[in-house]
Design a binder for this molecule. Sequence first.
Ligand SMILES: [Zn+2]
Length: 152
Amino acid sequence: MSNSILQPPCIFCAYNDEDYWEAASHAKTCPWFAVGSESEREGRLRDVVSQRKTLMTEAQQRLVKLDLRKPEIEAYYQELEQTVAQVAAEIGLNGYFEAPDGTVYKIVKPSGRFVLFKDLDFLRTKREGEERGTLSKVEADKARANGFKPLL
Ligand SMILES: [Zn+2]
């Protein structure tokens, strides 16, 4: 029994040559590029039809997954921005606070000219295992000595 939709010419890339049933013969974008032999292609097709599998490449599947996470990531950045604004309202611009693990945070106006959409941002000292933080230990120590009020 052979499945007629598997027969040449290829329904995806129109390939129709001697090595039709060999892997790496079809177009690189063709689902059969990575799949050789009629029985393997038939099995793959069965999996797709029964929705157990996809004909997408691994990179294409990863791209779809990452794209689907976009709203979640955007929501994270939106919440982060709102929270930075709340902390700014509490301690003021250039104000500091310290986390229980000793990390010192500072609320700042972004100075980089490439940061176009942020009104406020925060800096912090490095955590264990990090090479460097955005706020220096020297400044954090000064701020601590000053009761975490903005330094002049
Ligand atoms: Zn093909």
